[in-house]
Design a protein around this ligand. Structure first.
Ligand code: HDD
Length: 760
């Protein structure tokens, strides 16, 4: 055996010894043998690269073949090499003067490896640093043809896409389930160039003019002295700013609603926010607002759940997206448009379309679907794709253009600018994930990280030396031609239109459109966030803002803060509620929802329920006191335990099904479990960690189902078996219908009727 084989054998030895030395006895675990640690010992070829993983092609359209393979510098060949392709005999030891001697400066392999490592990190995004992404496909319905000539919206045209979801405030390593706005950025690799739709899950923004963006971000980010709190808006500087700068009121109210704590990226709406412009084949312009509508409906966490998840599984949303895609439950959204005539005033039903703090209720302008987005592949490499993807609202294609929304104008500058710092130069469009799928023939040259080998001598126009190439395209060749928007003669001013001063009519509209449960959540959120502020003046100003939205909202938050509620300063404006703004009260497909199956003593029934859950398109997770496998009677396949009471909290499941009478507590340790919050075991002998799981799921309004004798656990947890959304005494074949019905409504909200004060 050669040196590689020897090293590999040594690794296997070390790992196996460590594994057997550290492996604790697991009481009650079925006697499964410890998994064998098998490291591959023979060199194998690399996995075939996916298109986005391939290295930049050494041969460009105009360059000379350098002779290197297409995937060189990525992962090619069987042996470890240095960056220049020389094979290496050892990656574990520095070059030394004898085994105990000093490390030699001439060790160029050591220097290359450490230098590269020292430069592995790039600056995280100044906002939206924490994100997760997926590949997918967009299929046009053709229904936008009358208003938009963009090729990717035509009927049955399929366009590859890459979508990145994010939180705004937190750093790259922050928790997923914090209360925050979520980014929803889509890169369409269309045949006419890249189109980026860089939106959020909230349809309005904090500010009306981009010049305020550094202010709102400085206020919302952690305090500059101690750098706390991380990924939170519940602190003084945020509330100081948004209560002084009342154009933020509408966005803040959405943030305090359930929209600020989504259950999953898969259950979020997305919005382009600004009014954009569509141009059709005849050159006519229509104003438009973009909407993404999730097939699974809009579904959020409850606040306690979000807080628990942030500790128990900070990667919850990232994991949920990746798991769903891996399982084949591909998330889908319909892209929809609200269209408005392009009048000189640029208003619709009195709503200023250039004001990004305003929506147009769907009841006034329906959202018409124009295509379907399906996310069907996880990224291969987080850094190469999710981290390096560069979005920019100025990446537009023929048929889609901008308006004079002053927030959008500033963004058109900011996104290009930020990539130059973040991605180290102006050539970020050449990074594989950012490359357009349309042919590129620009006259941009040189710069850091230039990968193209441009030929020719005349990267300028006009030229004769390159035969005049490349040529300009006209409308017939589908050039992107700016819409000739008339610009009124006006004096230069630093002012906003008068209608931008209305900061409260739409917050009132939103509040009036909420169901009682949603209002209760909003009150709790404001009470929590303002309660976290130290400055009395900030809390009081927060209440003054709430008084201008709704007296009842203000009074209830004031009661929670222990402060007097200020008198409203103006009579409440009459608003017509928009039922479409409430995320409750409808039913949705249940695909991919997660059902926890708690194993009791009846493993045969467990297998039956598990099969039924799977065939309903739900995700079953078998939970038991300890890991291992559960034997079923007869020749049935053993069932793997996927979660134990130690590794899972209720928050991972959309519903909990108890199958069979619970057995004696396996793997429980009363002293330790009590410290972790589980109640003490009582006379029933039921595992206290199961009791904790059931009480949480009950409190979070999730369906609870007891099959084949499972109800004794409900009784031990003090859960009434006749409570709404609690189903007990069902046979293993009877549970699925009622469970699906409950899940289709997302949660059993009527289990806890909201207090009467919150009605209306
Ligand atoms: Fe922004 C990132 C969404 C206003 C400046 N923004 C960023 C991302 C999203 C949004 C989803 C993350 C993209 C990704 O996944 O890489 N931003 C919005 C929306 C806005 C908005 C919906 C208002 C309607 N943004 C906005 C303004 C400015 C910026 C007014 C600056 C004047 N945004 C940036 C940025 C970021 C960014 C600093 C950080 C990283 C990046 O661009 O690529 O340029």
């Amino acid at each position: 055996p050669g040196p590689l084989k020897k090293i590999a054998d040594k690794v296997v030895d070390v790992v196996q010894n460590a594994a057997s030395a550290e492996r604790p006895e697991v009481p009650g675990a079925p006697g499964a043998a410890p998994p064998s640690v098998a490291e591959p010992v023979d060199p194998t070829g690399p996995l075939p690269p996916k298109p986005d993983q391939a290295a930049p092609r050494p041969v460009t359209a105009t360059g000379r073949d350098t002779g290197a393979g297409a995937t060189a510098r990525s992962q090619d060949g069987q042996f470890l090499t240095n960056a220049q392709g020389a094979r290496l005999p050892d990656g574990d030891h520095s070059l030394k003067a004898g085994p105990r001697g000093p490390v030699l400066l001439q060790d160029h392999h050591l220097r290359e490896k450490i230098t590269h490592f020292d430069h592995e990190r790039i600056p995280e995004r100044v906002v939206h640093a924490r994100g997760a992404a997926a590949h997918g496909v967009f299929r046009g319905y053709g229904t936008a043809a009358a208003v938009c000539k963009a090729a990717f919206l035509a009927e049955d045209v399929e366009t590859p896409v890459f979508v990145r979801f994010s939180t705004v405030l937190g750093s790259r390593g922050s928790a997923d389930t914090v209360r925050d706005t979520r980014g929803f950025a889509t890169k369409f690799y269309t045949s006419e160039g890249v189109f980026d739709l860089v939106g959020n899950n909230i349809p309005v923004f904090f500010i009306q003019d981009a010049i305020k963006f550094p202010d709102v971000v400085h206020a919302a980010k952690p305090h500059p002295d101690r750098e706390i709190p991380q990924a939170q808006s519940a602190h003084d500087t945020f509330w100081d700013f948004v209560t002084l700068h009342t154009e933020a009121t509408h966005h803040t109210l959405w943030n305090m609603s359930d929209r600020g704590i989504p259950r999953s990226f898969r259950t979020m709406e997305g919005f382009g926010i600004h009014t954009f412009r569509l141009v059709n084949a005849d050159g006519a312009s229509t104003l438009v607002k973009w909407h993404w509508k999730p097939k699974l409906g809009v579904h959020s966490m409850v606040w306690e759940e979000a807080q628990l998840v942030a500790g128990a599984d900070p990667d919850f949303h990232r994991r949920d997206l990746a798991d769903a895609i891996e399982a084949g439950a591909f998330p889908q959204w319909e892209l929809g448009i609200q269209t408005f005539p392009d009048t000189p005033e640029q208003t619709f039903e009195g709503i200023d379309l250039l004001d990004p703090t305003k929506i147009v209720p769907e009841e006034l302008a329906p959202v018409r679907p124009v295509g379907l987005l399906t996310l069907n592949a996880n990224p291969t490499n987080f850094f190469a794709e999710t981290e390096q993807v560069a979005f920019h609202p100025g990446h537009l294609v023929p048929g889609i253009d901008i308006t004079d929304d002053p927030l959008l104008s500033g963004r058109l500058f900011s996104y290009l600018d930020t990539q130059i710092t973040r991605l180290g130069g102006p050539n970020f469009a050449q990074i594989p994930i950012n490359r357009t799928h349309a042919p590129v023939n620009d006259m941009l040259r040189d710069g850091f990280h230039q990968h193209a080998v441009h030929s020719g001598v005349a990267p300028y126009k006009p030229n004769s030396l390159d035969g005049g190439c490349p040529f300009f395209a006209g409308a017939a060749e589908r050039a992107f031609i700016e819409y000739p928007t008339p610009v009124a003669a006006a004096a230069k001013v630093r002012e906003a239109p008068a209608s931008f001063a209305d900061h409260f009519s739409q917050p009132r509209l939103f509040w009036a459109s909420m169901s009682p449960v949603e209002r209760e959540h909003i009150i709790a959120a404001y009470t929590f966030e303002l309660g976290k502020c130290y400055e009395q003046a900030v809390k009081e100003r927060g209440l003054q803002v709430l008084a201008r939205i709704d007296a009842d909202l203000c009074a209830q938050v004031a009661a929670g803060l222990g402060l007097p509620a200020p008198e409203p300063t103006e009579p409440p404006a009459q608003v017509r509620p928009s039922p479409a703004l409430s995320q409750l009260g409808r039913t949705w497909p249940v695909d991919g929802r997660v059902v926890g199956l708690v194993a009791g003593t009846d493993h045969g029934s467990l297998a039956t329920v598990r099969r039924a859950v799977l065939s309903a398109g739900l995700v079953p997770l078998v939970i038991a006191g300890a890991g291992g496998e559960l034997r079923t009677a007869g020749d049935g396949e053993p069932l793997a335990v996927q979660r134990t009471f130690d590794t899972a909290r209720s928050v991972e499941f959309d519903a909990v099904v108890l199958v069979g009478a619970p057995g004696p507590a396996r793997g429980a340790n009363p002293a330790r479990d009590a410290k972790a919050g589980a109640p003490k075991p009582d006379a029933s002998g039921i595992d206290p960690r199961l009791v904790l799981m059931l009480t949480e799921a009950y409190r979070h309004s999730k369906p609870l189902v007891a099959v084949a004798g499972g109800q004794s656990a409900l009784q031990a947890a003090g859960i009434p078996t006749n409570a709404p959304g609690v189903l007990a005494g069902l046979g293993p074949d009877e549970a699925m219908g009622p469970l699906i019905e409950l899940l289709a409504g997302h949660r059993v909200w009527h289990r806890f009727p909201p207090s009467s004060e919150v009605g209306g």
